[in-house]
Design a protein around this ligand. Structure first.
Ligand code: ZN
Length: 197
């Protein structure tokens, strides 16, 4: 924690060197995309994409799960998606899964999550449950990739997303990020494969 506080203390000084760029943020944000990914600390969207402040709107959830839209109760996920699409009018949404994902691993192995009931209940929203032929493969690549595609498709249950896709004003992408190499792959569509970006 100490290093985090020290950096935060001196951050304003670091910003001085980029004063103009930061001052422009006062007038609002115009993000290039909504980036949906796992809460995992090894995944740093701005580092992966090189996005500067104001360029990426983020939604982070355990296991990058996008809950199915339900209009009968508010959720932070639905609000974030709606704001990105209807107010900020992003033209792209990226759902990015990652290697060695604890959440997807727990689902694949069917771990006993009774000690973390909120995690268990949250992960139950990952339907269909990700599976893989070799459940103990450490990187879980296959399961994470399928899961990312499922969550990208789930975005369409949100009316604002379906509407903008229908109007040809929004594209949804599924990515896979390897935390130990930095490699990024994108879902190619019809053949079900992820390819290097
Ligand atoms: Zn994860």
């Amino acid at each position: 924690m100490k290093s985090l506080v020290e950096n935060a203390r001196s951050f304003a000084e670091q910003v001085t060197a980029r004063a103009e760029e930061f001052r422009a943020l006062e007038s609002g944000q115009h993000p290039l995309a909504l980036f949906v990914t796992c809460s995992d600390s090894r995944v740093v969207p701005s580092l992966i994409t090189g996005a500067r402040p104001g360029e990426l709107f983020e939604l982070r959830t355990a296991g990058n799960i996008v809950p199915e839209y339900r209009g009968d109760r508010p959720t932070g996920e639905a609000a974030t998606i709606e704001y990105a699409v209807r107010v900020l009018r992003v033209r792209d949404i990226i759902v990015c899964g990652h290697s060695h994902c604890g959440a997807v691993g727990a689902l694949v192995r069917d771990d006993d999550l009774s000690g973390v009931p909120d995690v268990r209940d949250w992960l139950e929203q990952a339907v269909p449950r990700p599976e893989m032929a070799a459940p103990h493969a450490p990187d879980l690549a296959e399961a994470v990739q399928r899961h990312a595609v499922t969550q990208a498709e789930r975005l369409r249950t949100h009316p604002c997303v379906a509407e903008r896709i229908g109007a040809g004003a929004l594209s949804v992408h599924a990515w896979y990020y390897e935390v130990h190499t930095g490699a990024v792959r994108e879902y190619g569509g019809d053949d079900g494969w992820f390819r290097p970006l």
